[in-house]
Write a protein that binds this ligand. Structure first.
Ligand code: ASN
Ligand code: ZN
Ligand code: CA
Length: 333
């Protein structure tokens, strides 16, 4: 019987109508991405273990844009994995999470009203809850990119998930998840420096995190470094998120894709951004060749400076911008 890679249609909840890479076997289509390491998307159907069932049907149009159709979350998750794969491949030449060409898998509809999503190194898989009242699945592009990037961090720097290294681990996921969102260039979910702005996680439509001014989340005590104490890693990440925003876009007021930002600096000095593409290259090079399991904020400064020096030279504007952006979040030499 016929077997091949197909291009299907996803009617997602957050990203509008998108193309999805699927697989046809005879008269059955599945959410199996034959172009990206065989990444598969499964329906846990509110279970909390195993893989549930692979999304499979007799046509190649997935979901209807609403939670009334179980395949909608599947379409969002499959799209997120696809865009994350392409982001890493086309931005850094990385082939999958382990850079070995092998796909992971996603599981959607985990549990009931579960308000989280997570990567697990053990299963090499991503899992998505359906959110409050099973109405707001955590399957947006930035969340998908965030979770998959935990796998990349685990397979590169291996940043320990506590203290400052934990904050840097979380920030890496926010930085790369944001990179994925901009890369996808989807008109229903355009790139921004907010995390989780589509998933209504606070019940009032506000985002989970703000990279331009992390303190807006109410938990990242300051938008710059004054020791991270026993802050949760999702808050101690704020310093590095803010560094990345400033390095990319610079300080001061700015509107990007219709979102207004106004990024303060600890030293009151302006930072001139070098653009997100270069900032991503610097962070990725530091993550994959400088950072280790115990990297702290001071080490992250040293590591990103080394990466910028290798990429652009130590007398470059890029190198200077890395110095200025760390100073702006009070991480000094
Ligand atoms: N969604 C959370 C995260 O990726 C799960 C966790 O607490 N690790 O950060
Ligand atoms: Zn995370
Ligand atoms: Ca976002």
């Amino acid at each position: 019987e016929y077997q091949g890679i197909e291009t299907g249609v996803g009617n997602t909840q957050y990203s509008g109508q998108v193309q999805l890479t699927t697989t046809q076997s005879g008269s059955t289509y599945t959410l199996t991405d034959g172009a990206r390491g065989g990444h598969k998307t499964y329906n846990l159907n509110h279970g909390t273990s195993g893989t549930g069932t692979l999304f499979s049907q007799s046509n190649d149009t997935w979901g209807n844009g609403s939670t009334s159709n179980a395949a909608t979350a599947g379409a969002d998750a499959h799209y997120g994995a696809q865009e994350t794969w392409d982001f890493y491949k086309n931005t850094f030449g990385r082939s999958g999470i382990r850079n070995d060409g092998v796909g992971a898998y996603s599981r959607v509809h985990y549990g009931n009203s579960y308000v989280n999503a997570f990567w697990d190194d053990g299963c090499f898989c991503m899992t998505y809850g359906d959110g409050s009242n099973n109405a707001d699945p955590l399957t947006s592009l930035d969340v998908a990119g965030h979770e998959m990037s935990h796998g990349v961090t685990a397979n590169t720097a291996g940043l320990d998930y506590s203290g400052e290294s934990g904050g840097l681990n979380e920030a890496t996921s926010d930085i790369m998840g944001t990179g994925v969102e901009f890369y996808a260039n989807n008109s229903s979910d355009p790139g921004d420096y907010l995390i989780g702005e589509k998933i209504n996680i606070n019940g009032d439509g506000t985002p989970l995190r703000y990279m331009d001014k992390p303190s807006k989340d109410g938990g990242s005590a300051d938008s710059w470094y004054d020791g991270v104490g026993d802050l949760d890693v999702h808050y101690s990440s704020g310093v590095a998120n803010h560094f990345f925003y400033l390095l990319s876009e610079g300080s001061g007021a700015k509107v990007i894709n219709g979102v207004s930002y106004d990024s303060p600096t600890a030293d009151g000095l302006p930072v001139t951004g070098i653009g997100r593409d270069k900032a991503l290259q610097i962070w990725y090079r530091a993550l994959t060749t400088k950072f280790t399991s115990t990297t702290n904020y001071a080490d992250a400064r040293t590591g990103t400076l080394a990466a910028a020096g290798e990429l652009y030279g130590t007398s470059s504007t890029e190198y200077k911008a890395v110095q200025d952006a760390w100073a702006a979040v009070a991480v000094g030499s």
